[in-house]
Write a protein that binds this ligand. Structure first.
Ligand SMILES: NC(=O)c1ccc[n+]([C@@H]2O[C@H](COP(=O)([O-])OP(=O)(O)OC[C@H]3O[C@@H](n4cnc5c(N)ncnc54)[C@H](OP(=O)(O)O)[C@@H]3O)[C@@H](O)[C@H]2O)c1
Length: 372
């Protein structure tokens, strides 16, 4: 049996430590991957920094990490379409409720993953480039395509679409989630308008966005309304702290009926990395004072506004559509690019904690990656 090791979170607020870990064989519908690259998400940093505020059900020591890429080493019963030795990228869901939390975490040498959340990748696509995708593309797809979210048409690989008839607004296009939402919406046949800092505008256009607006500009909302004038807006996806309110204003003005939110209304990075009842109470009050009026305003205007959960696609048709049908083909024919760009910050499990520290400092259209 292979010797496994993991970078574990031993206790709330602690730094990750590298330890020997059990190797778990795959159950039905699962694969085991020898991870060659992992990426870190704000979610991992938030879990480390905020104790049990999120993922209360996750016991310590915990194995965080959602984004993995590597080689298939073992295949569970009933899995078709994969072989030992395949190069793959996968969404590791160990942090989710009811999962085998340690075996399915990403920050280790061997992760158990769901075959329906795994995609084969072309031989010449580097693990460190493709590993930026899993949580971001899954969140974007859950938001855009689930019937209980924006319910848009599904994407097709190949990039040949008739002229778009409807528009989608992706606020926060230079986030990892937003960069994937732009590409998925374009692949589904929509015209995309987005926001980003000016230095990322060319990057957004290269992903397929037709227009880009600086979200920090005082005229951002009116600029977007001008661009969306006379357009049918099929849905709005709001990514980034503070994006919900302007997006609701735009939904009201354009007649969009559905708004999907990815980010909490108050940034969790305002919380200290320690237990503080005072900070937590202040955070709770700020959240309530932002979310309650937003929901009331949505309801009064007949707009369905919902928060998305990135792993929700694993319990509906969007998961296999994205991971088994769309993504392998779109990566193979190069109609889908790996975005945001990867920045390799180290090699070995001990490099994951510095990568989390880098996330805490912030990144622009970049995802931090560790090679294993
Ligand atoms: N609900 C879920 O399941 C789920 C899953 C994943 C992520 N999220 C949330 O989605 C958000 C993005 O996550 P990510 O991993 O994609 O982030 P990320 O890649 O780390 O995002 C970095 C980018 O955020 C942009 N940004 C910062 N503040 C912004 C704002 N107020 N409005 C719009 N863009 C802003 C910056 O753009 P510029 O450099 O162009 O200024 C920067 O490039 C976070 O709030 C995260 O918590 C939610």
């Amino acid at each position: 049996m292979p010797q496994n090791s993991a970078a574990v979170l031993p206790a709330p607020y602690a730094d990750l430590v590298v330890r020997d870990a059990d190797y778990t064989a795959p159950a039905a519908g699962e694969l085991v991957i020898r991870n060659r690259a992992v990426a870190v998400n704000p979610l991992d940093e938030i879990k480390q920094s905020t104790g049990d505020l999120m993922y209360k059900w996750l016991p310590h020591p915990a194995v965080l990490g959602e984004d993995v890429a590597g080689d298939v080493v073992e295949i569970g019963p009933g899995v078709t379409g994969f072989h030992v030795g395949d190069r793959v990228v996968a969404y590791a869901v160990g942090m989710e409720k009811g999962r085998n939390h340690t075996a399915e975490g990403g920050f280790q040498l061997y992760s158990v993953v769901e075959a329906q959340l795994t995609a084969r990748i072309p031989d010449d696509l580097a693990f460190e480039d493709v590993v930026v995708l899993p949580l971001a593309i899954s969140t974007a797809a859950s938001a855009l395509f689930q019937k209980d979210q924006l319910g848009l048409d599904h994407p097709t690989a190949g990039g040949h679409h008739p002229a778009p008839r409807q528009s989608v607004l992706v606020w926060g296009g230079s986030t990892s989630v937003g960069s994937n939402a732009i590409q998925l919406a374009v692949a589904a046949g929509y015209r995309v308008v987005t926001t980003a800092s000016p230095h990322n505008h060319d990057r957004m256009r290269a992903l397929g966005a037709e227009h880009v607006v600086d979200y920090r500009s005082p005229s951002a909302v009116s600029d977007l309304l001008t661009l969306l004038d006379d357009q049918t807006v099929a849905g709005i996806f709001a990514v980034g702290t503070g994006s919900a309110e302007p997006c609701l204003t735009i939904a009201i003005a354009t007649g969009a009926r559905r708004l999907c939110l990815a980010s909490p209304s108050v940034s969790m990075s305002t919380l200290p990395r320690r237990r503080s009842l005072l900070a937590l109470s202040r955070f709770g009050l700020q959240m309530a004072s932002r979310v309650a009026p937003l929901m009331v305003r949505s309801r009064l205007r007949g707009i369905r506004t919902r928060f998305v959960w990135g792993s929700s696609l694993m319990t509906n048709e969007v998961g296999p559509m994205l991971w088994n049908d769309f993504l392998p083909k779109a990566l193979a024919d190069r109609s889908y690019v790996t975005a945001p760009r990867a920045e390799v910050v180290g090699t070995g499990l001990q490099s994951i904690q510095p990568a989390l520290d880098a996330v805490r400092e912030g990144a622009s259209a970049t995802k931090f990656v560790v090679l294993l």
